[in-house]
Design a protein around this ligand. Structure first.
Ligand SMILES: Cc1cc2nc3c(=O)[nH]c(=O)nc-3n(C[C@H](O)[C@H](O)[C@H](O)COP(=O)(O)O)c2cc1C
Length: 190
């Protein structure tokens, strides 16, 4: 009888098991336009509530004009490591219907953006690109620099690049890699 082989560790995909948010990227490593398109394609194909696709991205390759602009808006903490990433992607959520200030475009806008970003980062892992998402930057400043209209929210940035192997799994200052247990993240009746 043909039996499916049981993987040694059936619990977790190796790419996820080895994933971490690097605080040192190889400053020489670059990404191609094709790689960027593949990352965006992964986000584009993510599911969303009612297929609303409430996301947009500002793409900044190290050394280009967008990148220069974004570097000016980093907080001190992220400016210590994010500039060496090959690519910075600003993640935008479509929060309100255009022309309104309180009519939600989708109650799942940030949820869906997060999922699109997750797909992008997992695609990146499969291409040898590590990712570090962060919010330590001036969100309003980037909104104004890139003329983001008020019905969109500048939510976060993802830094993509080749993780420096010498800095394997070093925590960024002020962050932690501690995790809640499975029991703690499972809702149960008393
Ligand atoms: C929405 C979001 C915002 C984050 N903001 C920051 C940040 O401002 N600075 C930082 O160093 N890391 C930031 N992180 C990374 C987390 O601190 C990190 O994922 C967490 O500590 C777990 O570590 P790991 O990703 O290496 O497993 C952020 C992550 C997410 C998803």
């Amino acid at each position: 009888m043909n039996k499916c082989p049981v993987p040694a560790d059936p619990a977790l995909h190796p790419a996820l098991a080895g994933r971490f948010s690097p605080v040192q990227f190889d400053p020489e490593s670059t990404v191609t336009s094709i790689e960027i398109d593949v990352l965006l394609e992964a986000a584009r194909r993510a599911p969303s509530a009612g297929n609303s696709q409430p996301w947009k991205f500002i793409v900044a390759r190290r050394g280009d004009a967008n990148h220069e602009q974004i570097l000016r808006r980093l907080a001190r903490s992220s400016s210590l490591w994010a500039p060496s990433a090959s690519l910075l992607v600003v993640n935008l959520a479509h929060i309100f219907v255009e022309g309104t200030e309180d009519w939600e475009y989708s109650e799942f806008a940030r949820y869906d953006l997060g999922q699109a970003v997750a797909h992008m980062t997992v695609q990146g892992l499969s291409m040898g690109l590590a990712a570090h998402q962060f919010r330590a930057f001036d969100r309003d400043g980037i909104g104004s620099d890139f003329a983001v209209p008020s019905h969109w929210e500048v939510t976060s940035i993802t830094a993509f690049g080749t993780a420096d192997p010498c800095a394997d799994e070093v925590e960024a200052p002020g962050t932690s890699r501690e995790r809640l247990s499975l029991d703690e993240i499972t809702w149960s009746r008393c």
